[in-house]
Design a protein around this ligand. Structure first.
Ligand code: SAM
Length: 332
């Protein structure tokens, strides 16, 4: 089991399987990416499987595959079925922009994927194009429908951007009322060098709740299960779905943070807001020689996991980023 100096237990891993993405969301990757991680430095599926197997032995129970765009990596279905068959107890899901999944939805269900987190920041076609650089809104909405038809649960993650999508709150609440989906607003965070985060774009969680209460009745739900995430969840008595708020800035959840992040080049980050990382790739590849070393590094790194809110409170200046690496290469 991985425990840290604050008594937190690590049970959740976010694994970025590629730094490549087919979208260019302005808030995620603000400057044009001209170089990607060289192929040889990317963890192979074999590397990642070995890492997940080790993590599972250390009581990590929940894994989210992310990116870049995870479905931009070739043979992802093979990797999913390998994890499902080799580590059957693992709660495995993916975070995706859902633009590349159309032909894979049945196969996802068949390999045992029960739920997807789908990122979607607008329900307006022109705005979608402005935010992402691509005209894929229709494609995404159709894939959400197909997922629900195949019994795959859907959580829709919306980055809350004042002046960009705050005028769409009613439409997003409408979506959660009309479909059995969780619509979760995530506060915009100043992540990555040259972040476009500005105070005027910040739409805090409490303001979103107040605005949503004007549209429909919200019933706060207590966190469910031991693997609950950081979202405040509200049932919608008048509708089919639920509403969620994730507020890492205005109402941080660092005391209960149970997660580690691993980038596509095998760097372990113990906190989203800290650029300190631990290079796992050589350890993974040499772990046939010394299998215990990977475990030891995971334990030591976990032990030194910082309190993110303390890092965030450092004097950074009003509009500086919390960390240097961009979100598309960390994985969210
Ligand atoms: N491509 C996948 C997707 O779209 O879900 C996975 C990677 S993406 C980096 C993961 C999540 O991070 C997305 O929901 C995205 O909206 C979110 N994200 C990116 N930059 C963010 C920021 N500055 N603040 C809050 N969330 C952000």
């Amino acid at each position: 089991m991985i425990r840290d100096n604050y008594g937190r237990t690590i049970s959740y891993l976010r694994l970025s399987i590629t730094d490549r993405c087919n979208l260019n969301c302005f808030y995620c990757r603000p400057c044009k990416v001209t170089s990607f991680i060289p192929h040889n430095n990317i963890l192979t599926y074999e590397d990642m499987y070995h890492l997940l197997e080790t993590a599972a032995k250390m009581d990590v129970q929940k894994v989210r595959l992310t990116g870049g765009e995870p479905f931009a990596r070739r043979d992802i279905l093979y990797f999913l079925s390998r994890i499902k068959s080799g580590i059957p107890g693992m709660d495995l899901r993916l975070t995706t922009n859902a633009t590349l999944i159309a032909g894979k939805i049945k196969a996802l269900k068949d390999v045992g994927i029960e739920a997807l987190n789908i990122s979607l920041d607008t329900l307006d076609r022109d705005k979608y194009q402005k935010i992402t650089g691509r005209d894929f809104l229709k494609n995404v909405l159709t894939s959400i429908e197909r997922c629900l038809e195949h019994g795959i649960r859907v959580k829709i993650n919306v980055v809350a951007l004042k002046g960009v999508n705050d005028d769409e709150l009613e439409n997003f609440v409408g979506l959660a009322l009309s479909k059995p989906v969780d619509v979760r607003f995530i506060e915009f965070m100043p992540i990555g060098q040259k972040t476009l985060w500005r105070k005027q774009h910040f739409w805090p969680g409490d303001a979103i709740v107040s605005a949503a209460e004007k549209v429909t009745r919200l019933e706060p739900l207590s966190h469910e299960g031991k693997n609950h995430g950081p979202a405040r969840i509200y049932a919608l008595p008048e509708g089919a779905g639920r509403l969620g708020i994730i507020s890492p800035l205005s109402n941080h959840f660092c005391e209960t943070c149970n997660r580690l992040r691993i980038t596509a080049d095998g760097r372990l980050r113990t906190c989203l807001f800290s650029d300190r990382d631990y290079r796992l790739l050589p350890l993974i590849r040499s772990s046939k020689i010394s299998p215990e070393r990977l475990k030891t590094v995971l334990e030591r790194a976990g032990l030194n996991k910082p309190m993110g809110n303390e890092l965030a409170a450092r004097d950074r200046g009003p509009e500086k980023s919390l960390c240097q690496r961009v979100m598309s290469s960390i994985g969210g």
